[in-house]
Design a protein around this ligand. Structure first.
Ligand code: SF4
Ligand code: SF4
Length: 429
């Protein structure tokens, strides 16, 4: 009867003679005297201690059953999932002209038509609401608030269909924040709007250089005013896209939010991400799940996470993370009705999984589903956080989605520091 394989342990720097055990499966952690850890490894743990560790998923009575449970976890989740989630790209149009944005070159007139919206509403109603599922739509762009009438049409139709079927509809925005006025939010609240992910690329000077209006004027002041005006109505999730040259300036953006009187406790988690290299035409500055494993990227993400926590803002904890590609009830709908499994993959038409008009194709082989169901991954302590890594990065690095994008190097370096950050700085529930 051993310790769980989905576990890391390390000496507690704050308490000599103690160790920290952290379950990657449950996110639970405990401090124990090093003697207890040694006894656990030797199989001579007292029953009371074993029981405590068992309740934290740090001890397992049946290692083979634990491995089987992990191997079946995604299938189990897919079978029981009661919610359908879609990211819907309404338009490529945008009122900003960010130098790193892929869409600037070809965004004109790339707007979802009424016919495509009708197909989308029909698909969601038929395949999900009528099957008893709740629906969560994340409106995306370009800038989704450049297409408010279309957004409202889709949200209202799905709200009505869900209400009639006794399920729930809700929606969120991925927005640049410039059009996120109080009156617009008040219009969308009755249609299920609950949150908005907004982008501030650092403090005023850095942001205005990276995210100017099409006219060339800076957008920082407009966004900050809007955030102040709406943050009591919906959950705002601030984020930003940093580079190697400017990431150290990003905490000043959080200071600007504090100076504007915003209470971090009323905001959602802050999520900074590096500006990624462009994929097959798209970049993924706001969508990729991982930061990448170059040393500077790891230092930047840990630095920004710590500075964010120190200012009282929340961040995501390390948590079980399955790639959206593996989840059956998720979809990305492009403005033209083509379907994908993840926003950054929209850069590669060969990774489309179908269309609203023609239906969803079998994508098991093209997207290498279950690529993590191998002995190395199933025995890996990081499996619950990784599940074989990111298909977008795999495609960027190798040109194909044909295997794992191993996170071991990154997690070997970073996980202990993330756990210690949370222990010291993350607000307790
Ligand atoms: S491919 Fe998967 S892991 Fe990578 S960004 Fe997309 S959803 Fe996230
Ligand atoms: S891809 Fe690498 S880090 Fe991820 S579960 Fe497999 S072996 Fe572990």
């Amino acid at each position: 009867m051993p310790l769980s394989r989905y576990l890391i342990s390390f000496p507690d720097p704050g308490r000599p003679g103690s160790a920290i055990l952290y379950s990657t499966r449950k996110g639970s952690m405990v401090r124990v005297p090093e003697g207890v850890l040694a006894a656990a490894r030797a199989g001579s743990l007292a029953e009371a201690e074993r029981d405590l560790l068992r309740r934290l998923n740090i001890w397992t009575d049946d290692p083979a059953a634990e491995r089987r449970a992990m191997a079946g976890l995604v299938d189990h989740t897919n079978q029981r999932s009661a919610t359908f989630s879609a990211t819907v790209l309404l338009t490529l149009d945008c009122n900003l002209a960010c130098p790193y944005c892929f869409e600037g070159h070809f965004r004109a007139n790339r707007v979802m038509t009424a016919e495509t919206a009708r197909l989308l509403i029909g698909h969601v109603q038929r395949e999900h609401i009528d099957q008893g599922r709740d629906v969560e739509i994340r409106f995306y762009g370009g800038e989704p608030l450049m297409a408010v009438p279309l957004l409202k049409e889709i949200a209202r139709s799905l709200w009505d269909a869900a209400t009639a079927a006794g399920t729930r509809f809700s929606c969120s925005l991925v927005t640049n924040g410039t059009l996120l006025t109080r009156s617009t939010v008040e219009e969308l609240l009755p249609l299920g709007l609950h949150s908005a992910q907004i982008t501030l690329d650092g403090p005023l000077k850095v942001h205005d250089r990276q995210r100017p209006f099409v006219s060339g004027k800076g957008s920082f002041g407009t966004i900050l005013n809007n955030l102040q005006a709406v943050y009591d109505l919906i959950t705002l999730k601030p984020g930003g896209n940093y580079t190697r040259e400017n990431y150290r300036q990003f905490p000043a953006m959080l200071d600007a939010l504090l100076d504007a009187g915003m209470d971090p406790a009323r905001l959602g988690p802050v999520q900074f991400a590096p500006v990624h290299p462009k994929s097959g035409g798209h970049d993924a500055h706001s969508a990729a799940c991982f930061a990448g494993d170059e040393p500077w990227l790891m230092e930047a993400s840990l630095f920004l996470r710590e500075e964010t926590l120190r200012r009282g803002f929340s961040v995501d904890k390390p948590q079980m993370g399955v790639c959206m590609v593996e989840l059956a009830n998720t979809l990305v709908v492009n403005w033209d009705g083509t379907l994908y499994k993840c926003p950054p993959l929209m850069g590669w038409p060969e990774l489309s999984i179908g269309t609203l008009a023609g239906g969803i194709n079998d994508y098991r082989a093209s997207h290498d589903l279950d690529m993590w169901k191998n002995d190395e991954c199933l025995e890996c302590a990081y499996l619950p956080l990784c599940f074989g890594g990111c298909r977008f990065f795999r495609k960027l690095k190798t040109g194909a989605v044909d295997g794992v994008d191993c996170r071991r190097g990154y997690l070997d370096e970073a996980l202990e520091r993330l756990v210690l950050q949370d222990l010291e700085l993350q607000p307790r529930p």
